[in-house]
Design a binder for this molecule. Structure first.
Ligand SMILES: Nc1ccn([C@@H]2O[C@H](COP(=O)(O)OP(=O)(O)OP(=O)(O)O)[C@@H](O)[C@H]2O)c(=O)n1
Ligand SMILES: C[C@](O)(CO)[C@H](O)COP(=O)(O)O
Length: 241
């Protein structure tokens, strides 16, 4: 990757986590002694390629995040903690408003994805710098069924043509800002690549690890805790031998 290019990262953590059904938004739940959100920020804060980070959080949690996340964990690359909007795309728009004008590339990562690997960040950044836009995506390994509302199968989808979109998603700053500017009000987009697709930009995929899960339910939190325990065990063993 061209290290001359300035990369900014928007961490979107402005959701309420309805599907988790917990009084505390899922991004603030503790996962192996650290909030989910802190796990998600850390590898970007440590990447020498990242110039600036913007943290987007629920309006009522801005001060908590500034003090208990940014200052406590010394995330020195986070320049702004801003209030999010009602949908994910509204939160990304708020993040875009806080980014320095001189930034060349902008990555967006879910604050609810705490298991992202440093090497996957580097691989998707490389692809975006080569092509203009790239996202991490994982292969599907189960057969995919289309169902009707009562759960009855109405068809089987061609799995070889499908992948699961993850984050980070990274784009040339001009493309991303333009695509968000042109995105029709009221139209639904659940990720950033869809916003670029709608504006006609071509976006590439980079094969990501299944384990880069988005914490959505308590089952995901259990998987994440188990994975982090294993990773810290592996690190201890590496230091021992
Ligand atoms: N208005 C919103 C909605 C979502 N997000 C963020 O986008 C990421 C992916 O969204 P999702 O997993 O759907 O989070 P929630 O909207 O919080 O979850 P739910 O749909 O269960 O309410 C999360 O890091 C979430 O905090 C956001 O910044 N602003
Ligand atoms: C951005 C995303 O995580 C990519 O998989 C996903 O689309 C977010 O969707 P959600 O419905 O907001 O969880």
């Amino acid at each position: 990757m061209d290290n001359q290019k300035k990369v900014a990262v928007i961490i979107v953590a402005g959701g309420s986590g309805k599907r988790m059904n917990s009084p505390v938004p899922k991004q603030f739940l503790m996962l192996n002694q650290k909030p989910v959100l802190a796990h998600a920020i850390q590898p970007f804060n440590e990447s020498p390629r990242v110039h600036q980070m913007i943290l987007v959080v629920p309006e009522k949690d801005v001060t908590y995040c500034q003090v208990d996340i940014v200052e406590t964990y010394q995330f020195h690359k986070v320049t702004n903690v801003v209030a999010g909007g009602s949908e994910r795309i509204d939160s990304v728009k708020k993040g875009l408003e806080a980014i320095e004008e001189t930034v060349d590339y902008i990555a967006i990562h879910d604050g609810a994805r705490p298991l992202i690997h440093q090497e996957d960040i580097e691989r998707v950044f490389d692809k975006a710098l080569e092509t203009g836009g790239a996202i991490l995506a994982s292969q599907m390994t189960d057969t995919v069924k289309k169902i009707e509302e009562k759960g009855e199968i109405v068809g089987t989808l061609p799995r070889s043509e499908l992948v699961l979109a993850q984050t980070p998603q990274i784009f040339c700053a001009e493309w991303l800002k333009n695509a968000y500017r042109c995105f029709p009000p009221g139209k639904v987009a659940t990720d950033d690549a869809s916003v670029l697709e709608c504006a006609g930009y071509s976006v590439h995929t980079v094969c990501g690890k299944h384990i880069n899960i988005k914490i959505t339910t308590s089952e995901d939190l259990e998987i994440a805790a188990y994975t982090l325990n294993r990773r810290s065990g592996e690190n201890e063993n590496r230091h021992r031998f």
